[in-house]
Ligand binder design. Sequence first.
Ligand code: XMP
Length: 513
Amino acid sequence: RALIVDFGSQVTQLIARRLREAGVYCEIHPFNKVDGAFLGAFAPKAIILSGGPSSVKIEASPKADTAVYNYGVPILGICYGEQTICAQLGGDVERSDHREFGRAHIEVVKPSALFDGVWARGERHQVWMSHGDRVNAIPEGFEVIAKSDGTPFAAIADEARKIYGVQFHPEVVHTPDGAKLLANFVQKIAGLSGDWTMAAFREEAIEQIRKQVGDARVICGLSGGVDSSVAAVLIHEAIGEQLTCVFVDTGLMRAGEGEEVVRLFRDSYNIPLIHVEAEELFLGKLSGVDDPEKKRKIIGGLFIDVFEKEAGKIENAEFLAQGTLYPDVIESVSFDGGPSVTIKSHHNVGGLPERMNLKLVEPLRELFKDEVRALGRELGLPDHFVGRHPFPGPGLAIRIPGEVTKEKADILRKADAIYLDEIRKAGLYDAIWQAFAVLLPVRTVGVMGDERTYDHVLALRAVTSTDGMTADYYPFPHDFLGKCATRIINEVRGVNRVVYDVTSKPPGTIEWE
Ligand code: XMP
């Protein structure tokens, strides 16, 4: 396996994804955790030093432990990673007036194992740069293998020691051949076999769950989403009837989604399932509340209460299963140390295991979202189910600004279903990270069949994103939006105007509350 030493780049996770796509298992760990003892235990076959926001010209700049250089496996430094290699091994880095951000072209000046079969000498290739400092002199034993106008040391190599550095970012899609270079590094240079697949992961995960759980009972809270469902099916495959699932139906799900979960688990997989129909309870407690944070807190708190009560009926339960994903687990490297602001309090079951005195089973904690989807397919879950867009825990409540009522939730469910139906028919569903409708607490005047109407405004939203942290609105053709608006207004009583949200994140957030 490979080790990615994180210096805090925004795109470190992409390095891991590219390696896994090349069939190589890898993990990301913060630079200050990786020392000799860590390396001994982790036993990586290849090490990548990520980019990062710091400057090696600063006294206290983050450095790789010297054990990394002495460990003896191939090393690739990316951007800041290259700079710290140079600074630590006897080269020199300078602050440059010529900062490079964005698309750049480099010229290959020397063949290298890193470029083998991808780039040849003399060729020019597009890469993505993002750096202020630049390497000024390279350490002994290194040679320049590619340069650009602004960066004489765009890629360097010590082929004997198998240490490489690139100033550009091979992990981003704007470096079109980047994935191949990374594959070269882990497969050809470090000799990793590239046979890590979902089928192999499934077998290993099942073994591990059996070992961890023994003959104890496990409870799994299903949210209706992909992650908890895949976790549950995997655990069921490992320990069968020792697993009981609890699905709290808040009445704030999309049209048909609650029913589908119940059907899937009970009928297709025969997994023991407690289905708690709690719509009245949730809507009752939400009545009269219009503050977004209060709504979130009420839903989160109620969910835990209901779940706890139901789970308490399951005797001898020792474990709680959760669909925690890798991005939630990676410890981020923080330099300013300042407190981060809470934009939204996310609803999840955090705190539940301690309260209920349960141990955790988290079989997906090493996977990215797209890998969870692949695992779901591997386990036989239907394509349209594993491909579902993310859906927030508080559900439709945060897509109804103002007070939530059953009537509004029903209007929203209908409109949302039409919008998604049109998106699927247009073949756009998989190109979009999330698409949904929002029912606004605003009524406007309209005219339908010579009658005056005074009804709700519905906002449509669709965004592209890779991780939900940043997002761009989806540029639907106007006639597509027009068609959705017509269908919604014709088919859904209570809506007489439709608008499209063209805000990216930041400054907006994906959800409206
Ligand atoms: P925002 O609205 O903060 O959302 O841009 C980013 C991503 O997180 C989802 N989201 C949630 N997911 N519980 C969740 O599990 C929540 O309380 C929650 N709030 C927002 C949102 O749908 C988007 O994918």
